[in-house]
Design a protein around this ligand. Structure first.
Ligand code: 13P
Length: 252
């Protein structure tokens, strides 16, 4: 059975005290009988990573980074390496988020390097892909996602690919309040699974977790997660409120 994941991407939000409150609120209220195939991942800003892994210790909550350097170590002022995350027992890292692509000009090539370095250091990659509004309007959405996946992931061998989670996040749905319809999400997720099957075979495709992200909240989560190829969500704004995030977790 493939893993289902609800991951919260806090982006650049929260003070230390707010982060501490939110982390404890999530951990304290997580269902202790959460089915084994469901994982909850919280991705706070890097500065709160040690706090987060401390709070998460011995709980059902896993912790992820939001970004890492493509370099292993060295003179890269301001950067954070995969091995640093690994040394704090961080399990996941979001890589290739559309905000990184847009504001920090991250290319598929660079994102591919980050995925490689994450996996090499035992960090599972939550790889983000998704089209812009004009790309969907021009009916180019499948081609765009295909290129993003091929260029950033398909250099991986089969064993490494098993540690990749894919998050389909149509850029027009991020922070807009306009989520993809369950049909649009299912259609793209099925397409992504087919791409993976073509490269790595049906067994790997079948166990790959594919998340939906973009204005996912407690109102629309159930309908989105009901689709056979939607294995959970990467949640932005709605992950900043414990009650709301827990409701989304309970929708899977
Ligand atoms: P929102 O849920 O705020 O639309 O953000 C989605 C996202 O970008 C998660 O990575």
């Amino acid at each position: 059975m493939r893993k289902k994941i609800i991951a919260g991407n806090w982006k650049m939000n929260m003070s230390f005290d707010e982060a501490e409150d939110l982390l404890f609120n999530i951990v304290d209220k997580l269902d202790p009988n959460l089915p084994k195939n469901i994982e909850v991942v919280v991705c706070p800003p890097a500065i709160f990573m040690e706090l987060a892994t401390d709070v998460a210790d011995d709980s059902l909550m896993k912790i992820g980074g939001q970004n890492i350097s493509n370099h292993e170590s060295g003179a890269y002022t301001g950067e954070i390496s995969a091995s640093m995350l690994g040394s704090l027992e961080v399990d996941y890292c979001i890589i290739g988020h559309s905000e990184r692509r847009k504001y920090f000009k991250e290319s598929n090539q660079l994102i591919g390097e980050k995925v490689t370095v994450a996996l090499k250091n035992g960090i599972k990659a939550i790889f983000c892909c998704g089209e812009l509004l004009n790309e969907r309007e021009a009916q180019n959405h499948f081609a765009i996602v295909k290129t993003q996946i091929e260029e950033a992931l398909f250099h991986l061998d089969e064993k490494s690919f098993r540690s990749v989670v894919i998050a389909y996040e149509p850029v027009w749905a991020i922070g807009t309040g306009v989520n993809a319809t369950p049909q649009q999400a299912q259609e793209m997720h099925a397409y992504i699974r087919k791409l993976i099957s073509g490269k790595y075979g049906a067994e790997i495709a079948d166990i790959t977790t594919i998340l939906y992200g973009g204005s996912c909240n407690s109102q629309n989560a159930k309908e989105l997660f009901a689709n056979p190829d939607v294995d959970g969500g990467l949640i932005g704004g709605a992950s900043l409120d414990a009650e709301e995030f827990l409701k989304i977790i309970n929708s899977i």
